[in-house]
Design a protein around this ligand. Structure first.
Ligand code: P6P
Length: 339
């Protein structure tokens, strides 16, 4: 196991593998690393400073915004814009494309990000996370970036990753050459390679879903959950339920241990018929990572990474994890739909 490699060295090694690289992508990734350190610093002291609690305003998703959300959002906007390597940004906290301040160059990349996912858990000191998804622009550099750049299928991502602020702070990312995890060494303030080439187990025994929504799910999903819990289904190892209610935390555990995470479409909130999670800043980056790690990610009917987006903040059902578990889920949905 490679130890002692810092994330900066890892990113630079990655650049050396691409002889034509200008260093722009490297500078962008390094800005994300610095942002992660700044957000981690504030998250770590959340219970101590006045950042705890509500900011008293509502974000574009209609959710109460916590002060840490705002801090994380501003940190990412500032650090990514000042690289001069992005043409626009899209934050889960803001309705529209974020314009890059005029004093900075505009580059060939754009980033979708959720600055602090799972923030409703902040007050309870539950693990939360930052999620990012990087694309190349598709419009000419002399034009202002627009929706054509921002609404690309997840297959077009050039990198994706997340930072989990938990018992330790980890950064997990992929540029399309495997998934690599780095753990923060607080004594030196560096992310050190701790999980090289992460591969998700082909099959797990953990399922993660908010079963309070059970009666609002489609028949195929209900059949699958019933099967998971059926003691007579012939499971080699009985499944166990683990649900934190923080996507990054639930995803990270299943990535390492194996299993399946489900946030299906539900009819609990008629305003959100496609489920709760956002395609561009949650489902696509996590799907890019899981496929790089040998897993699968689906809506139940289609591969997440192949969805052609139509809105910046569109929501999608997300079923993601170990390949065999996700495949079995898809079989249940297909059977139910065929009835
Ligand atoms: P529920 C957190 O608010 C979040 O966006 C994800 O991090 C998490 O997976 C999901 O919502 C939890 O939603 O409806 O189970 O509370």
């Amino acid at each position: 196991m490679d130890i002692g490699i810092t994330i900066f060295n890892h990113i630079l090694l990655n650049q050396k593998l691409n002889p034509g690289a200008s260093g722009a992508f490297t500078r962008l990734l390094m800005a994300i690393v610095v942002a992660a350190k700044l957000v981690q610093r504030d998250v770590a002291k959340a219970g101590l400073a006045d950042v705890l609690g509500r900011a008293g305003n509502i974000n574009v998703q209609g959710e109460e915004v916590q002060k840490l959300d705002e801090i994380a959002n501003q940190v990412l906007k500032r650090l990514l814009s000042s690289t001069g390597e992005v043409c626009t940004l899209i934050s889960e906290e803001e309705a529209d494309l974020i314009e890059i301040p005029r004093q900075y160059n505009r580059g060939n990349y754009l980033v979708h990000f959720d600055p602090l996912d799972g923030s409703s858990n902040i007050d309870a000191n539950v693990s939360i996370g930052t999620i990012f998804s990087i694309y190349r622009r598709v419009t000419p550099p002399e034009m202002d970036a627009g929706l054509k750049d921002a609404l690309q299928p997840g297959l077009r991502q050039v990198a994706a990753g997340y930072i989990i602020y938990g018992s330790s702070c980890m950064l997990v990312y992929s540029t399309g050459s495997g998934v690599h995890g780095f753990t923060m060494d607080p004594s030196v303030g560096e992310f050190i390679l701790s999980h090289p080439n992460i591969q998700v187990p082909k099959k797990g025994k953990i399922y993660s879903a908010n079963e309070a929504n059970y009666c609002y799910w489609d028949q195929g999903t209900r059949d699958y959950i019933d099967w998971l819990k059926d003691p007579h289904a012939g499971h080699v190892k009985p499944y166990t339920s683990r649900y934190i209610g923080s996507l990054v935390a639930d995803f990270h555990r299943n990535l390492l241990y194996g299993g399946i995470f489900l946030y299906p479409a539900d009819m609990r909130d008629p305003l959100k018929p496609k489920g709760k999670l956002r395609l561009m800043c949650e489902a696509n980056p996590m799907s890019f990572i899981i496929e790089q790690a040998g897993g699968l990610a689906t809506t139940g009917g289609e591969r997440i990474l192949e969805i052609q987006p139509t809105e910046l903040h569109q929501r999608v059902p997300l079923i993601i994890g170990s390949a065999e578990d996700v495949q079995i889920y898809q079989d249940f949905v297909a059977k139910a739909n065929a009835r």
